[in-house]
Design a protein around this ligand. Structure first.
Ligand code: DP6
Length: 402
């Protein structure tokens, strides 16, 4: 017949990045569609240091949908995962309707197997849902031959995931429509735009976050007048300013606004009733350290930002990395892993002048920072061409990884 034969097994593997917001998303106007009360802007981090890998397979021989997270089987019925799956299939159906000459249609009724893995410890408390849903949507879209605007689908998994669908500097436009069709992510500048920009993730010791983002922001929307003011009056101006700083590669402007926006986000958490605390004593020590460092230099050389957890993300420029890392090492002397304290991109050695150390390093807190991950802005999701990298074997079950 004219119809191509349906394929028995299809498998696709993608990787996707983590992103860190510099203008924060906090608060939904629609919980089901995940529509935010304000636009936000983030930096996509390089996948050499932080990434999620997902393999999606469909086969006529699979008897049920199944999911594995870091090798452990997990519940495939999660409503947000189901929403992503439904939306990708809807786009596939629409596309096939438009183009009946599809070369190798993969039956939309086949069951699917999904395996996903992070190249960083989940215990590190680094936001993994953004990379996770961006990766899931990228892999499913490839599997079903769907192209084009996919940030809208990733958004249904986790709001911040829509920003991980693009590399570099990414804006998530809140949109106006009730159906969310205009609540999309756009690239403001590619990852190559600001080659000197560096990111240091200060992974702090232990403790799982108290209140998840989804529940936390709901309580904030319900109770915080500051959040309402932020969304209406503060963010629109900041967003325009932030985009200008990025285009001009103005680190001082970018850094100051990043710190102010992180601080306002945490202020809205304190303004929430009952209050939410994501920053702890150590976060506050890191904040104070960054300000002492900048004050000593007489300008903004480092900028911190914190999400819904105590890990600090520091933005700086390449020529400041070694000096600031040394200041962090002196302030939070490594407990045991002295040689693994700095991970990721190489950090040169620096011997900061004694007067800087005297002014900036106050009372050292040994062991408080577990390690520092050095990274930089990076590209969006990638297709993995090499079949030996699939997380599922030909039988559709997780492979034992070396
Ligand atoms: C503080 O995207 O995790 O990291 O949409 O409910 O899944 P849901 O929330 P999520 O919230 C992220 C909040 C944040 C700020 C940000 O990334 O913009």
């Amino acid at each position: 017949s004219a119809m191509a034969e349906e394929r028995a097994l299809a498998m696709v593997t993608c990787t996707a990045p983590v992103n860190i917001a510099v203008i924060k998303y906090w608060g939904k106007r629609d919980n089901d569609l995940i529509l935010p009360i304000n636009s936000s802007l983030s930096v996509t981090l390089h996948q050499d240091q932080l990434k999620t890998t997902t393999t999606a397979a469909a086969s006529r021989d699979f008897t049920e949908d199944r999911l594995w997270l870091n090798g452990e089987e997990a519940d495939v019925g999660h409503p947000r995962l189901q929403a992503c799956l439904r939306e990708v299939r809807r786009l596939a159906r629409k596309r096939r309707g438009d183009n009946a000459e599809d070369a190798a249609p993969l039956s939309l009724s086949y069951k699917i197997h999904i395996a996903t893995e992070n190249n960083f410890p989940t215990a590190a408390g680094l936001a993994s849902s953004a990379a996770g849903y961006a990766c899931l949507v990228s892999a499913l879209a490839r599997l079903y031959g769907v192209e084009g605007e996919l940030s809208e689908v990733a958004r249904r998994g986790s709001g911040s995931a829509c920003r991980s669908m693009l590399g570099g500097f990414v804006q998530w436009q809140r949109g106006e429509r009730p159906d969310g069709r205009d609540s999309l992510a756009h690239q403001v500048a590619p990852e190559t735009h600001w080659p000197e920009l560096r990111v240091l993730v200060l992974v702090v010791s232990g403790e799982k976050k108290q209140v998840g983002s989804t529940a936390g922001m709901q309580t904030s929307v319900d109770t915080s007048p500051l959040l309402k003011h932020r969304a209406e009056a503060v963010v629109p101006e900041r967003l325009a300013l932030m985009i200008r700083h990025i285009h001009e590669r103005d680190f001082e402007g970018f850094g100051q606004l990043t710190m102010r926006d992180s601080n306002q986000f945490h202020a809205t958490c304190l303004d929430t009733f009952p209050p939410i605390f994501y920053l702890n004593d150590l976060s506050r020590q890191i904040i104070a350290l960054a300000h002492r460092f900048n004050a000593h230099h007489g300008r903004t050389k480092v900028a911190y930002t914190f999400d819904a957890g105590p890990n600090a993300v520091i933005f700086t420029l390449a020529d400041t990395v070694a000096e600031f890392v040394e200041v962090v090492r002196r302030s939070f002397p490594p407990a045991t892993n002295g040689d693994q304290f700095v991970r990721g991109l190489p950090v040169g050695s620096a011997s900061p002048p004694e007067e800087l150390l005297a002014a900036v390093v106050t009372e050292p807190v040994p062991g408080a920072v577990r390690y520092i991950l050095h990274t930089q802005p990076g590209p969006g999701p990638q297709l993995v061409d090499d079949p030996s990298q699939h997380l599922l074997g030909a039988d559709g079950l997780p492979r034992r990884r070396a």
